[in-house]
Design a protein around this ligand. Structure first.
Ligand SMILES: NC(=O)c1ccc[n+]([C@@H]2O[C@H](COP(=O)([O-])OP(=O)(O)OC[C@H]3O[C@@H](n4cnc5c(N)ncnc54)[C@H](O)[C@@H]3O)[C@@H](O)[C@H]2O)c1
Length: 342
């Protein structure tokens, strides 16, 4: 298959790209390599994919030296001149849109970057799919669409009209936009609501990396609500397994004919933040210095996925136990943190 992965230098995009390439698919990866979190981590992921990061030039394809069927292009999703050309040349069977301005707290300070990447950029992706006979658009949504819902676990049938931050609102908007394009132009599309993804090569702005770095440097970690918040931590390999199953299966038509579906992809096993920290301390062999802070504006008390719809349709559910996932993350972190470029 010929696949476009946006956000290929990001956490999930990198892992998916590598898995697709190892399975023999042809992949074009795009990413604007923005500095929302440390660019050296994004570059290091690209190096793993065989990209000579010193040769990256905006808009110019660069071939991998490790994977013959991989090329990377530094590009903004919002680039309405170049993105259509990439689609025309690429003739992609499947598009996996993982590029986005992520992070809930950041949307309080930088609202426009969410509109640019997640709304304008996503519209550009939809338009390009519309004009290029893409067989399946798969895109990342988020557990944050459940907003201030208190009923758990969160099911796809629950209300999603009470977001508590702009990030969540843009992710919900993406689902509605994809559904609309599916109805108007018959573009089969599947949205995946990921729940707190963690693992090797994880994001520098998320708790596992922030905590691991602080613990390694003997610096304090910020613990919100006294550690009394719950997250449905989902291991990266489970996310990639799920994506690989979804990519090859177009959604069934809805009663009105549109081919659009949204699924939760989460471990369905929420972990208390204080327990997560204790597991990380054990795995790293060092205690954290904890700075207790109140809940932050736009934060959620808990996330908890009902994964039954995904399991029903794909015969799979994420299930890596948190202790096993943290152990693998900590092993990778110790290696990565010892590298000279970090
Ligand atoms: N990691 C999680 O826990 C989680 C949870 C729920 C949803 N998601 C969603 O999954 C997707 C992947 O998340 P991730 O953790 O890999 O995030 P990430 O930030 O590591 O990856 C996103 C990548 O997209 C790129 N990007 C951002 N805006 C862009 C733009 N306008 N044009 C081109 N590239 C752009 C960034 O440089 C980054 O490398 C995102 O859509 C995110 O919102 C992630």
């Amino acid at each position: 298959m010929n696949v476009l992965v946006t956000g290929a230098a990001g956490f999930v995009g990198f892992h998916l790209t590598r898995r697709l390439l190892e399975a023999g698919h042809t992949v074009t990866g795009i990413d604007n390599l923005n500095s929302y979190y440390t660019v050296s981590l994004k570059n290091a992921r690209l190096v793993e994919l065989g990209v000579d990061v010193n040769k990256i030039d905006y808009g110019q394809p660069i071939n991998s030296t490790v994977y013959q069927q991989f090329e990377f292009i530094k590009l903004n999703l919002e680039d309405r001149e170049r993105l259509p050309r990439i689609f025309e040349c690429g003739q992609f069977d499947v598009v996996v849109n993982l590029a986005a301005q992520a992070g809930m707290r950041h949307s309080i300070e930088e609202p426009f970057s969410y509109i640019d990447s997640n709304i304008v950029g996503f519209t550009n992706i939809l338009e390009c799919c519309r004009h290029n006979q893409v067989k399946h658009l798969v895109y990342a949504s988020s557990s944050s669409v459940y907003g201030s819902n208190t009923k758990v676990p969160f099911a796809e049938t629950d209300r999603t009209d009470n977001p508590v931050n702009l990030y969540a609102a843009t992710k919900r908007a993406n689902e509605l936009m994809a559904s609309c394009y599916s109805a108007l132009y018959n573009i089969p599309s599947t949205g995946l609501r990921f729940f707190t993804v963690y693992g090797p090569w994880g994001r520098a702005d998320m708790a596992p990396m922030l905590f691991a770095k602080a613990i390694a440097n003997g610096e304090p970690i910020s613990v919100f609500n006294g550690g009394d918040v719950f997250r449905d931590f989902t291991y990266i390999d489970d996310i990639v397994d799920s994506l690989m199953l979804v990519i090859v299966k177009q959604p069934e038509p809805q009663p009105d004919g549109r081919r659009h579906q949204v699924y939760n992809v989460g471990c369905s096993s929420p972990v208390r933040l204080s327990d997560f920290i204790a597991l990380l301390e054990d795995a790293l062999g060092r205690k954290a210095e904890k700075q207790m802070l109140p809940m932050q504006p736009g934060d959620l008390y808990q996330t908890f996925a009902d994964s039954s719809a995904f399991e029903r349709d794909f015969g799979y559910r994420p299930q890596t136990p948190i202790a096993e996932g943290i152990k693998k993350f900590a092993e990778w972190f110790k290696w990565y943190n010892s590298q000279p470029t970090v």
